[in-house]
Write a protein that binds this ligand. Structure first.
Ligand code: DGJ
Length: 745
């Protein structure tokens, strides 16, 4: 396992058991890309993979050579305009107005482990043997600018993390106008492109298209990763599916404006890249300064899309998420938002908590409306002290009451925002992001605080930290409910205005980091009007994220299914809410709502007192079940089996590491009648283990792993044939969870 440099051929080979990544110093000193994919042998020379021939209408670098053209050579970190005409990975505006650069290999360093990235979230190692890192130093001698390409290959994961550091060693300032984190030229275009896109209430739906000549991309220009596209893209061979075939997933550890793009050229070479969105971006790099890009992670799977997701799940759950909550079982919570919205009293909150405690809930979360003058959307944001009319005992008193009941207490914040009608805005009207002399647009009657300025972040930190020091707060839901418009900061000069989106996100990270450090025991859940900032960047600070405001059990199947392409099950906040559902008025059975939410960080978002006695019994049973199996659900290997985007059924399962336990969740959208007999082929079991179906399910019986995987588990339900009187009837929006326990081996 490791990284090898072959001096004679000028080639680098990064490898572990399963994957190889090959690069070469090109004839002109720039870095060329040779191969990324399934492991190939260590060999002195893979130079035959460089293909560049004379082609009419191309341009060539060397006077006496009609073959060396960057338009045809695959590259590591391409620039525009020196014979390559495709979209580049970097662009630097220089004092004389030129944007032409020439970064040549200078030296490299190879070492065990992985460096942290200053001010940015990133994957990490706990021991040096977990990964190897290569730093490739390139220099443009005319500009005196250095670029360091960082590559980390993980020993036991089929993943490579990349990022780039710029350093201005010259005597004049330059403007970075494009600084992508990752670029890879693939030799062909025989791929399907899969993106996770949607909107508020239907985040991360799976969208597929065939790669075509030209540019295809997803991006954000909103100041956050956004509801609309996730900073992730997958390329899969058309014949690959969930269980087999070649798949690559590319994910950006970043929460701001991003671009993920594939450009297929006329010779079917696919240039895949991801990084900060160059639209509207520039960064003034003064002499002696450095700029670090966010990190990109590419995962290779020869075992289909599930294989790719399982690598992301392990890596992001154990080597991106941090802190004591990374490995702890997550508390079953109740959140008052959908139970009360802004209309609550302390008494009502305590009643909600008491009922929840009776049923086994462990954490009570007080959502929006507890602070300043906040009794609705229009006022109070920014004034992070309790409203004495609503909470006579303050947050401290309420948190102590909840703790005395034997529950933990959690609190909602929206730290990046301010209402005009607030003490904060009245004292610091210039602290919002806005363009001088222009109209400032609102979103939900609120404005974005200028987190690119340290003094704003510091003020908010002190305010929140004071409260956290006084009260017993075990959990924070950090919300963010609008995007950035009229982007401009009064804290920076004209040349630096292109930096504000990025500086804003650095400010968010800085605040998270300070709170993580001073309050390491607090569990953070990020949120942005549901899942509008569900990205790897925030997972570094908050190991769980509110997946969507749409908590209907049917809609959530699609949302959680799509989210599972990249993000671990432990990261998906998933709650059971009331029916008719508040987002789409659907009446989905309580059982189904619970069965879907069980595959996430589980909780309730309703007043349990409004349920019938029978429903309360089911709630108790759901909580018992989740407590018993949450460790398995959060740390087991997750498999998607049937896609809600493709038919009437959704199915997924988790298997424990030792393969002795498994849970299979099976959902039916609409009931049907007199239908076929059905079987579901399971995954990841041990062929020779005898599994017993346990728990209180209609199915009983024992089956070998091989039977369940090759023949399949019988999923025929009452809809096959006339409904027998003694069989559990099926209905619309129906669900089942089957538990498998292997006989003691
Ligand atoms: C949006 C969140 O997604 C909701 O869960 C809730 O916290 C509201 N904001 C409160 O304003």
């Amino acid at each position: 396992m490791g990284i090898v440099f072959n001096e004679k051929s000028g080639e680098f080979h990064l490898y572990n058991h399963n994957i190889s990544y090959l690069m070469k110093i090109l004839q002109n000193g720039q870095m060329g890309q040779l191969y990324f994919g399934k492991r190939v042998p260590l060999k002195e020379d893979y130079g035959y993979l460089l293909e560049s021939r004379y082609r009419p209408a191309s341009a060539y670098v060397f006077d006496d050579d009609y073959s060396f053209s960057l338009e045809h050579l695959k590259q590591e970190y391409p620039a525009y305009g020196t014979t390559d005409f495709r979209m580049p990975a970097l662009e630097i505006l220089q004092p004389n107005g030129s944007r032409i650069t020439d970064f040549k290999y200078v030296s490299h360093k190879i070492y065990g482990g992985k460096p942290a990235l200053q001010g940015l979230p990133a994957t990490y190692t706990e021991e040096d043997k977990e990964a190897d890192t290569l730093e490739l130093l390139l220099r443009d001698d005319l500009l005196h600018m250095e670029v360091t390409l960082l590559y980390t290959i993980f020993t036991d994961e089929n993943a490579i993390a990349r990022s780039v550091r710029f350093e201005n060693k010259g005597s004049e300032a330059c403007q970075l106008t494009r600084a992508m984190s990752f670029s890879l030229d693939l030799p062909d275009d025989d791929y399907e492109w899969i993106q996770l896109s949607g909107a508020w209430g239907r985040e991360r739906h799976v969208k597929t298209r065939t790669l075509q000549q030209g540019i295809q991309s997803v991006n954000s220009t909103r100041g956050a990763s956004g509801h609309f596209h996730n900073p992730f893209v997958m390329l899969k061979r058309p014949t690959a599916d969930e269980f087999q075939g070649e798949v690559m997933g590319l994910s950006l550890v970043y929460s701001g404006n991003f671009l993920a793009q594939a450009e297929v050229d006329t010779f079917k070479v696919t240039r895949l890249m991801i990084g900060i969105n160059p639209f509207g971006f520039s960064w003034c790099l003064e002499p002696g300064e450095t700029f670090q890009t966010p990190e990109a992670v590419i995962v290779y799977s020869a075992g289909g899309m599930n294989g790719m997701s399982q690598t992301f799940h392990r890596l992001y759950r154990t080597r991106l998420a941090r802190g004591c909550w990374r490995d702890r079982e997550r508390p079953v919570l109740i959140n008052n938002w959908e139970a009360t919205y802004f209309d609550f009293t302390e008494k009502r909150l305590i009643e909600i908590a008491k009922n929840a405690k009776e049923d086994g809930v462990e954490l009570f979360v007080l959502d929006d409306g507890w602070f300043g003058s906040r009794c609705g959307e229009t006022s109070g944001l920014g004034d992070w002290w309790p409203n004495p009319e609503r909470l006579p005992e303050g947050i401290r008193g309420l948190s102590e009451t909840i703790e005395a009941m034997g529950m933990k207490f959690g609190l909602w914040f929206e730290l990046e925002m301010v209402n005009r009608d607030s003490e904060l805005f009245r004292s610091h009207p210039d602290w919002i992001i806005h363009t001088p002399d222009r109209h400032a647009s609102h979103g939900r009657k609120q404005y974005v605080l200028d987190f690119s300025r340290d003094e704003v972040v510091d003020y908010i930190y002190e305010l929140v930290a004071k409260l956290l020091r006084e009260a017993k707060i075990s959990y924070i839901k950090w919300d963010m409910n609008r995007y950035i418009t009229e982007c401009f900061s009064e804290g920076y000069c004209a040349e630096q205005q292109g930096e504000i989106f990025h500086r804003y996100i650095l400010g968010v990270y800085r605040l998270y980091d300070r709170l993580n450090r001073e309050f390491p025991e607090i569990l953070f859940e990020s949120c942005a009007s549901g899942g509008g900032r569900f990205d790897p960047g925030l997972l570094y600070y908050a190991p769980q994220c509110w997946t969507s405001d749409d908590s209907d059990g049917v809609e959530r199947q699609k949302i959680q299914y799509g989210t599972s392409y990249v993000y671990p099950i432990s990261s998906m906040g998933a709650h059971v809410s009331i029916t008719p559902n508040h987002q789409l008025n659907r009446i989905t059975p309580l059982k189904t709502r619970g069965d879907v939410a069980a595959f996430g960080a589980f909780g309730y978002e309703l007043d349990l007192a409004r349920l019938t006695a029978e429903e309360r019994e089911l709630v108790k049973e759901q909580i018992r079940f989740v407590k018993k199996y949450r460790k398995l659900i959060h740390t087991g290997t997750f498999y998607r089996l049937l896609s809600p985007f493709e038919g009437n059924f959704t199915a997924w399962m988790v298997v424990s590491e030792d393969k002795k336990q498994a849970l299979i969740a099976y959902f039916k959208l609409l009931n049907d009648v007199n239908r076929e007999y059905r079987r579901l082929q399971l995954q990841g079991l041990e062929e020779s283990f005898l599994y017993h179906m346990t728990e209180n399910h209609a199915e009983k019986g024992s089956f070998y792993g091989s039977e369940l995987m090759h023949i399949g588990m019988i999923t025929t339900d009452a809809s096959a044939g006339e409904v027998p009187r003694n069989e559990e009837p099926c209905c619309d929006f129906w669900s089942k969870i089957v538990v498998l326990e292997a006989e003691n081996k």
